[in-house]
Write a protein that binds this ligand. Structure first.
Ligand SMILES: Cc1ncc(COP(=O)(O)O)c(C=O)c1O
Length: 326
């Protein structure tokens, strides 16, 4: 294959790009936001773009069940549960942790959408979630049902084409809006979004600086992950080279207390943006990543950039699990 894989249409595209007027004035830069939180409602955020490619492959393989995994409040798990229903399939989720009384946000929606859920203690999840998904697949096979497995965040070779295509969408919008961007910034949670943007910029010889802000682990870890995803994707597309790690920038320092844990500064920042711009960021991904961007601009790290596009990758349902922290 010499072109990118096929997809089905699930998302409402293209998502709008808006200028954040008040914040731009305050920071002395033009800050734009691409509203990938508008890709849909049940199947919303960045996951839907990856699911368009993964679900196509699942349908081509005649799958009956989509099996995937993630945290208790995984946006990807909820989006997969909704996508499965839309396509007439079953969904089985393997989630990290146990819910206790907290059946809220994405987890509540997983249930409402009728997903089967296997809860694993965090240590078991960390060491065995892929094996557990294989065991579940085996159980469905005994019932003559075919499973399609998606990794955490659908961040693999096929899923990352969602953001390869999103990069092309941004280039088209630059022409339509007559507005170029110096940099495109995204949260990095499992790496697929950033990997797709990097591949798009590289294949199209774009001049954008692609900047990722990890919200878990660190830049060194994610550089390895992103290179692996891109290697898998370029093999799928039949391209003979993988973009080098120097073609993008990852910024450390904004993980805070850890993945899906928040500091009072992060919550205050989400409130600040809500009241400055009328835009709600989520606490796990976009709140941390956008805070990273704003802090770095304030520190002068991006003095060479004027027009910066941040991708709002969604995740709004996750905020309902955190109300008590505001
Ligand atoms: C709302 C949201 N934003 C950003 C990300 C990070 O994207 P990626 O996993 O592709 O790095 C995720 C998922 O991990 C997410 O759910």
């Amino acid at each position: 294959m010499k072109s990118i894989p096929e997809r089905i249409q699930l998302a409402h595209l293209p998502t709008p790009i808006q200028k954040m007027d008040q914040l731009s004035r305050e920071l002395g830069k033009n800050i734009y936001i691409k509203r990938d939180d508008y890709t849909g409602v049940e199947i919303s955020g960045n996951k839907i773009r990856k699911l368009e490619f993964a679900a196509k492959e699942a349908l081509q393989q005649q799958a009956d069940v989509l099996i995937t995994c993630g945290g208790l409040q995984s946006n990807h798990a909820r989006a997969t549960a909704a996508a499965a229903r839309r396509l007439g399939l079953k969904c089985h989720l393997v989630l990290r942790g146990t819910p206790g009384d907290s059946w809220t946000g994405n987890l509540f929606l997983d249930k409402l959408l009728g997903a089967e859920i296997t809860f694993l203690e965090p240590e078991t999840f960390n060491s065995r979630h892929m094996e557990v998904m294989e065991e579940i697949k085996h159980e469905y096979a005994k019932k003559q049902m075919k499973s399609y497995l998606l990794p955490v965040g659908a961040s693999n070779g096929i899923g990352t084409f969602g953001y390869y295509a999103a990069y092309e969408e941004i280039c088209q919008q630059e022409k339509n809006l007559d507005q170029g961007f110096d940099a495109i910034v995204t949260a990095v949670g499992s790496g697929g979004t950033c990997a797709g943007l990097v591949m798009g910029n590289w294949r199209h010889e774009g001049k954008h600086r692609i900047i990722g802000v990890p919200v878990a682990d660190n830049a060194t870890y994610f550089r390895g992950v992103i290179q692996d995803i891109m290697k898998e994707a370029t093999t799928l597309a039949g391209w003979d080279q993988v973009p080098e790690a120097k073609t993008y920038q990852l910024i450390d320092g904004y993980v805070g207390r850890g993945y899906a844990l928040n500091t009072s500064e992060e919550m205050a920042f989400i409130e600040y943006i809500a009241q400055k711009e009328g835009i709600i960021l989520d606490p796990v991904y976009t709140g941390k990543a956008f805070r990273g961007l704003v802090e770095e601009i304030r520190k002068g790290s991006f003095d060479d950039l004027n027009d910066i596009l941040f991708i709002h990758t969604g995740g709004l349902f996750g905020i309902f699990d955190k109300i008590g922290e505001f």
